[in-house]
Design a binder for this molecule. Structure first.
Ligand SMILES: NC(=O)c1ccc[n+]([C@@H]2O[C@H](COP(=O)([O-])OP(=O)(O)OC[C@H]3O[C@@H](n4cnc5c(N)ncnc54)[C@H](O)[C@@H]3O)[C@@H](O)[C@H]2O)c1
Ligand SMILES: O=C(O)C(=O)C[C@@H](O)[C@H](O)[C@H](O)COP(=O)(O)O
Ligand SMILES: [Zn+2]
Length: 379
């Protein structure tokens, strides 16, 4: 017997992670170049019908790659191209997407493709949750943030004047196709913002992964393919595990994914979703605030908090209120927090930390205390 001399670079090999949700279980396929080969996965879902693709205006090249591959495999497509940016997660764009899908005659058994970042994924996922009381959809995430977080787990939503993600539904995709090479065209600011959600997984319950981030974060952001694949696989594996354990955020486990988000969402809402502070930047600032508040409460060693802030700062992400660029006082930010979906009988369960890799849900936080803490933070 002769052995092949071909070597497979294990660090770059394709891999699949399953989200174990019983009859609604689905695969996350992570593979360099899979966008061009998406028909292998999508043709069976198309069932000989036209596939609807919703994307945004910055994704023309990737839309062409996807549509050309599908066309070569005999799958016809129609595309809706939306404006880019957080403001697209709105009532008016939701109406536009639903009307377009209805005009196309999309059926419950069809699968709509969301090709884009978290904005497209959240919006299209929500449209598919309510279209004819629910049709299928596939996530093809094109930002680092969407590849490590938003494309997995079925949280779908739009924003309203009252705040972030306040109208939405849990609606799981049938498939997630992740092609890390599409990140080559992502602007550096967006790549960095997505990296905040990567670091989050280490801070929640995995101190070794945070150490990996400290060691490898810079090369990941510089485009190192092995680091990129490792971070994506690690993050979606963690998210798949958490979602399978607590799909609807009722068991206190999925809420851990909200680390930094109560502060971050308040900052985003204060900015009016105008692009001054994008989601991942708000999350970075919010995580640093959650660590500092935990230090102020005597829960977390100051050295851990300083280490987290230093890492975000070194990467070029905001490490608190001053660096977020949003000028707001404690009263204004706490007013936004009162809309948080975790509010229960007038109190807000908060994600606090006992250290790096030791996040927990604290039900004893007084929002007046948060307000006073924020007022003392450097502006
Ligand atoms: N559902 C969830 O579990 C979840 C998790 C995290 C975040 N989110 C949501 O995700 C949203 C943020 O997502 P995001 O950071 O991906 O932002 P985004 O969708 O706005 O994309 C960021 C920008 O990058 C552009 N872009 C996307 N892919 C590109 C590519 N490959 N090349 C060039 N440009 C590209 C987009 O056009 C946009 O301008 C927020 O609304 C947040 O609330 C949801
Ligand atoms: O999937 C989850 O659960 C998360 O909380 C992931 C977060 O990164 C994400 O920003 C999510 O959209 C926040 O949800 P929300 O319910 O707090 O608005
Ligand atoms: Zn987030």
């Amino acid at each position: 017997m002769t052995l092949s001399t071909d070597t497979v670079d294990v660090a770059l090999a394709p891999r699949t992670v399953m989200v174990e949700l019983g009859t609604r279980r689905y695969p996350i396929v992570i593979e360099n170049g899979v966008l061009a080969r998406a028909a292998d996965h999508l043709a069976p879902l198309a069932r000989g019908r036209t596939m609807a693709i919703v994307t945004d205006e910055h994704l023309g090249t990737h839309l062409a790659t996807l549509a050309d591959g599908l066309s070569a495999a005999g799958v016809a497509t129609e595309a809706l191209v939306l404006p880019a940016g957080e403001a697209t997660k709105s009532w008016s764009t939701l109406e536009r997407v639903c009307d377009w899908l209805l005009r196309l005659g999309v059926e419950r058994g069809d699968h709509v493709v969301a090709l884009g970042g978290g904005v497209i994924g959240d919006l299209v996922g929500f449209a598919c949750a309510i279209l004819k009381r629910g049709c299928g959809f596939v996530q093809i995430p094109t930002t680092l943030l969407a590849q490590v977080d938003s494309s997995v787990g079925g949280k779908t939503a739009i924003n309203t004047a009252a705040g972030k993600n306040l109208i939405g539904a849990f609606h799981q995709p049938a498939l997630v196709l992740i092609d890390p090479t599409v990140l080559d065209t992502l602007p550096p600011r967006e790549l960095r913002a997505g990296y905040a959600e990567v670091v989050k997984y280490g801070l929640i319950d995995d101190a070794n992964f945070f150490a990996w981030c400290e060691e490898n974060g810079a090369s990941l952001l510089a485009g190192d393919p092995a680091a990129r694949l490792h971070a994506i696989t690690h993050a979606v594996s963690a998210k798949a595990r958490i979602v399978a354990a607590d799909e609807h955020e009722t068991g206190g486990i999925r809420a851990l994914l909200n680390l930094g988000h109560t502060f971050g969402h308040a900052l985003e809402a204060e900015a009016g979703f105008d692009g001054r502070l994008i989601h991942g930047e708000g999350v970075a600032a919010g995580i640093c605030l959650a660590f500092r508040y935990s230090v102020a409460r005597g829960l977390c060693p100051v050295a851990d908090s300083d280490r987290v802030s230093a890492h975000f700062h070194d990467i070029g992400l905001p490490d608190g209120l001053a660096a977020s660029g949003i000028t707001a006082d404690g009263v204004q930010l706490v007013a936004h927090m009162r809309h948080d979906k975790k509010m229960a009988a007038g109190t807000l369960p908060f994600l606090l930390v006992r250290g790096i890799g030791a996040t927990y849900l604290d039900r004893t936080v007084d929002l007046v205390d948060i307000q006073q803490f924020l007022d003392k933070e450097p502006k």
